[in-house]
Design a protein around this ligand. Structure first.
Ligand code: KIV
Length: 290
């Protein structure tokens, strides 16, 4: 773990204790890959709320306000309907709930593809509204000019190649990418283009492992894998997936806990106690003094 303190989560964000350490920076993240090697892999998880950010912050190098919040928080069928306003509201909460990790915020579908200028306007809005340090956007070679445009104007960009969920209507699903030689070559070319355009890091999602390894070896910026390879320069998962909030998760997710089960059992106890008039008990009720 790259941190030197434990967050006291019982303390309000307004008066954090211990005194906040300095937040990691985008250049510090970029510099973790030296001469093609990252000694300690980068740790990234998604976060959508202030409390979630508080609990994750000390353990993570990066917190991603992913547009996966469309499905995870809002129950939408895909990330396509997610708006800039949704991202701004959740991004601001995550920044308020953290003071160590670099907060990266996803640019939602439709907010950046039309032109570099449109992308700048959307990204500037997100950074101003949230205090996040960087944006992430999906896409390969076609997005390279936009990444260069943003990077040269003070907006650090994380790229995202391989399986790009915002393109689900073109891809036709969420299956692993790179099964044909042409597709594998395209993913590698995409990654190289983003690297050359100035992306400070890139997510590689849902690709065959040899492609993830080839990309990681080919690009100078850190790669962050999800459904990719342990040989990437870092890893990311959707927090709710790895905590076991959902019974059905993609094959590449490791469920470290069964939080859905914990909630189910806990709420069943609460419901039983309410129905038996056993809650609230004496400890939870106020009585007249004296
Ligand atoms: O939106 C998201 O959560 C993501 C990660 C899965 C990388 O883009």
């Amino acid at each position: 773990m790259s941190t030197t303190f434990q967050l006291d989560t019982s303390t309000s964000r307004a008066n954090p204790t211990p005194a906040p350490m300095r937040r990691l920076t985008v250049p510090a993240i970029r510099a973790r890959k030296q001469d093609g090697r990252t000694a300690e892999p980068l740790v990234m998880l998604t976060a959508y709320t202030a409390r979630q950010a508080q609990l994750l912050d000390a353990h993570c190098d990066l917190l991603l306000v992913g547009d996966s919040l469309g499905q995870v928080i809002y129950g939408l069928p895909s990330t396509v309907p997610v708006t800039l306003e949704m991202m701004a509201n959740h991004g601001a909460a995550v920044v308020r709930g953290s003071y160590h990790a670099v907060v990266v915020i996803d640019m939602p579908f439709g907010s950046y593809e039309a032109s570099p200028e449109k992308a700048f306007e959307s990204a500037a809005f997100l950074l101003k509204a949230t205090g996040a340090a960087a944006v992430k956007l999906e896409g390969g070679e076609a997005m390279a000019p936009t990444i260069a445009f943003l990077s040269q104007r003070g907006i650090p960009v994380m790229g995202h190649v391989g399986l790009t969920p915002q393109a689900v209507n073109v891809l036709g699903g969420y299956g692993a990418r790179g099964r044909s030689e042409a597709e594998a070559a395209k993913i590698l070319a995409d990654a190289k283009a983003l690297d050359q355009a100035g992306a400070f890091a890139m997510v590689i999602e849902g690709v065959l492992e040899p492609i993830a390894v080839a990309v990681t070896e080919a690009v100078s910026c850190p790669t962050i894998g999800i459904g990719a390879s342990a040989r990437c320069d870092g890893q990311v998962l959707v927090t709710e997936d790895m905590l076991g909030m959902f019974e059905r998760v993609p094959r590449f997710v490791k469920r470290y806990e069964d939080i859905a089960g914990v909630i189910d059992r806990t709420v069943a106890r609460y419901a039983a106690e309410v129905r038996a008039r056993a809650f609230p008990g004496p400890e939870q009720t106020y009585q007249p003094k004296g």
